[in-house]
Design a protein around this ligand. Structure first.
Ligand code: PLP
Length: 283
């Protein structure tokens, strides 16, 4: 693979990043993952807007224009002949002597990007659905900032697998916040799509926003509010959204089937609509 590191396109085994990089030492870094379908990016503007927001919230600089970031993405897709998969972009506060205080202004940010092939549209999970285990949400309280502090979500995913599930939904004060790397949805007994309202408690998913817009334009009811694991278990359907899962049905939560225990019609239809819209609007 060809990867991008601080201004250079290099073979992945020649890419270098400082051992003093604050992303490495402090998880002082943010990232975005943009899906690529048919060689084109899905929702890039949304990912850029969220990147800028994360940068602002952390007072982190990145002297590279949105236009240049787009060009680097496109060049990487081209150099790696990527048809389907993702582009990962990470910005860290750069390299400096190890100190909890931020380095002096002017310390250059580190910018890293790479591509990863992944089968997204043709997904076995879309057919069989996900089994979910619920776990306490022990992450920090600014989950709206997309930082690389991913250890707890990683631990939660492993614990879910130990319990025979595919992934975890994280619960705080009795309500589901989100999945380890996805937003959580249910379809209630009134056929209303329910997903938690935006706040600092969860990531403001780009796919969540697109699915919500699609649902609205197809006369599906949407409500933004928290829900419990019990409500999800008793819902008609449950599903998750993310850039690389798109829409994945959830068929069981804590070993209880959701609905009839198979992927439901709303999840199927939203996945179809999302793929159709993405293939038409990708850039
Ligand atoms: N929630 C978390 C914690 C995530 O890591 C992600 C990213 O995949 C999402 C939600 C979904 O966000 P998006 O739809 O922007 O990929």
């Amino acid at each position: 693979r060809t990867v991008y590191v601080n201004g250079h396109f290099v073979p992945e085994n020649e890419a270098e990043i400082s051992v003093f990089d604050r992303g490495f030492l402090f998880a002082d870094a943010i990232y975005e993952v943009t899906a690529v379908l048919n060689g084109r990016m899905v929702g890039f503007d949304g990912h850029m807007a969220r990147l800028r927001r994360s940068l602002r919230e952390l007072e982190m600089g990145l002297p590279t224009s949105d236009q240049r970031l787009r060009e680097i993405h496109l060049e990487l897709i081209d150099k790696n002949a990527l048809q389907e998969g993702l582009v990962y972009m990470q910005v860290s506060r750069g390299a400096a002597d190890r100190d909890f205080a931020y380095p002096a202004p002017g310390t250059p940010a580190s910018l890293v990007m790479f591509t990863q092939e992944k089968s997204i549209i043709d997904s076995p999970v879309a057919e069989r659905g996900l089994k979910i285990a619920s776990l306490p949400d022990m992450r920090w309280s600014r989950r709206d900032i997309k930082t690389v502090q991913l250890l707890y979500p990683s631990m939660a995913k492993m614990e879910a697998k130990k319990r025979g599930a595919d992934d975890a939904w994280l619960v705080e004060s009795g309500l589901v916040t989100e999945g380890t790397s996805s937003n959580a949805w249910i379809v209630d007994n009134d056929n209303t799509l329910v997903t938690r309202e935006l706040s600092r408690a969860l990531l403001h998913g780009i796919t969540r926003a697109t699915v919500m817009a699609l649902a609205n334009s197809h006369d599906m009811k949407v409500e933004e509010r928290g829900f419990t694991i019990k409500e999800a278990q008793n819902a008609r359907e449950a599903f998750v959204t993310s850039s690389t899962a798109l829409v994945h049905p959830v068929v069981a939560i804590d070993e209880r089937p959701v609905g009839d225990g198979t992927p439901g019609p709303f999840a199927r239809e939203l996945r179809r609509l999302y793929i159709e819209a993405s293939l038409n609007s990708a850039d």
